[in-house]
Design a protein. Sequence first.
Lengths: 321, 299
Amino acid sequence: MSASVARFEMKPTRFGYSEALLALGREDDRIVVLDADLAKSTTTERFKERFPGRFFDMGIAEQNMLGMAAGLSLAGFVPFVSTYGVFLSGRAWDQIRTTISYGGLNVKLGGAHGGLSVGPDGATHQALEEITLTRVLPGMTVLVPADYQETIKATRAAAAVKGPVYIRFGRAPVPMVTRPEDPFMIGKANTYREGGDITIISTGAMLAPALRAADNLASRGIQARVLNMHTIKPLDVDAVVRAAKETGGLVTVEEHQINGGLGGAVAECLVENFPAPMERVGIRDTFGESGEPDELQESYGLTAEEIEAAARRVIERKGPR
Amino acid sequence: MKPLRMKITGSGNGIESKNAVEGSSPAIPELEKTARKIRRLILTMIHAAGSGHPGGSLSACELAVALYFGVLRHDPRNPSWEGRDYVLFSKGHVAPLQYACLAHAGYFDESHLKTLRKLGSILQGHPNMHKTPGVEVSSGSLGQGLSVACGLGAGLKIQKAQNRVYCILGDGELQEGQVWEAAMSAAHFKLDNLCAMVDANGVQLDGPVADIMGVEPLVDKWRAFGWHVIEIDGHDFNRILAAYGEAEKTAGKPTAIIARTVKGKGVSFMENRAEWHGKAPNDEELRAALAELEGGAAR
Ligand SMILES: Cc1ncc(C[n+]2csc(CCOP(=O)(O)OP(=O)(O)O)c2C)c(N)n1
């Protein structure tokens, strides 16, 4: 796979979620969708209109919604539970842990408005901790697709998994970097650029700035490998270790707390398998604030320039070859 | 399209399950005898484990015995039989009560009971759906079971299945806000296949419910949430069986049985005592408790 960074069309990943749900709903009677008074925002309203008998608006009661989904799964259905990721992963964490994950129940968690994408609503609504909160749970699969196309694939892949899956998607339009024909295998990172000097591992919509950073580095003679880590759990350990061995250093990029998120997961992997210099680009142990998503990304350092700078620091730490 | 659950006509028709037990009305003395045995098993198993929750297990004993041995359509030799009724213990800490009922019903051998809470046991401290045959959902974090019961009830409705869902809750547990979220949704979705039993023993972990955080008036509360409510003496099999029957006949809304019970019922030194919420009897206490239960058998 190779992607040019020229110009990408923009589309919100949440549309990909409901697009996939509509297709799944047509193909499989067992698909049911639950929302907590945010069906317009998460876009599951489209499923409600098409399959009213298999849609539950649970009102503003996230904990009950998770339990209800657990019960529906016990009755043989495949429930997709959707609300803002911050409420889904935080408000109902014990329900996700003890009722759903401990039971290995076949419940899919659609976390909308991930990262800073909810913008002006501010810190209360910005989901910056869900990857950490969900990936510590045994048996949980955690998917963070990069764009609209990949969200469709991730949602469909989640339905095919037997067991709980968290899928993170966002509100604001993001560049459509991946193509319909690109493969999507849970637990298998996709390489969007080859390079031997350093590896940039991005997750979610950070793929576009990661590729831009790689282009900038290339113009200065540094070849960066770019991995799209759409699955945080199970982590593609092989791809991470290979990157460390072949390129000697890594930068992770995420619209999420660097503690416990992609950066945490990659660091854990490296320490156990092949320690290498690494930097984490992401939210640095702070809450967000109001602003437009692009302004916030700039302000919190989620930019191609910051990624490039981090890459240079890592290369320096690698020392002379 | 994947096939959904077979439509089940009538009650426990046994199409897929020759051993299915049909809910019949056993004689009350028979149920009373079973309840005495279940109490013995509860105390013996908690004593052997060295920890566990006798108080709430003893108070809900008749509720559970009436269900497992008088009402339920189920097949202990085929726990996943599609025609079965579902029993969810939202108050998962009374696992000893559930385990005793499941063993006595034949879901697994009674010899397992002495392994309660031990490493490698199929009987975890709180119910685990993958380790114990007959446990429908893992529980232990209070306040979550009724939501799961709602999901099951709603799913069965979509499938037009006749199975019923029973959920047992503690009165202290009702302090969890999620219970009321679930109560609201059960009425909203008109889940008349759902019956919640509140073991209103008036005592929780730290002391009397009324002193810790009052939950009364229970009947009015559940009624206001849109439920059909039946208040009974939760140790009287006649009243319990009648309540289950009334619940099954109630259309258009879920039923809540507010069962007035005594925590630690049957063992005088445990009755109404918060200290026996979660403590194992020692050798002497076990002997005294069993003797008292035997005395009850003679009466
Ligand atoms: C969410 C949660 N909080 C606290 C506990 C600890 N706990 C176990 S039992 C109990 C008291 C339960 O009282 P009640 O519901 O009245 O049960 P019963 O008297 O029937 O045993 C508490 C606080 C728990 N299991 N789950």
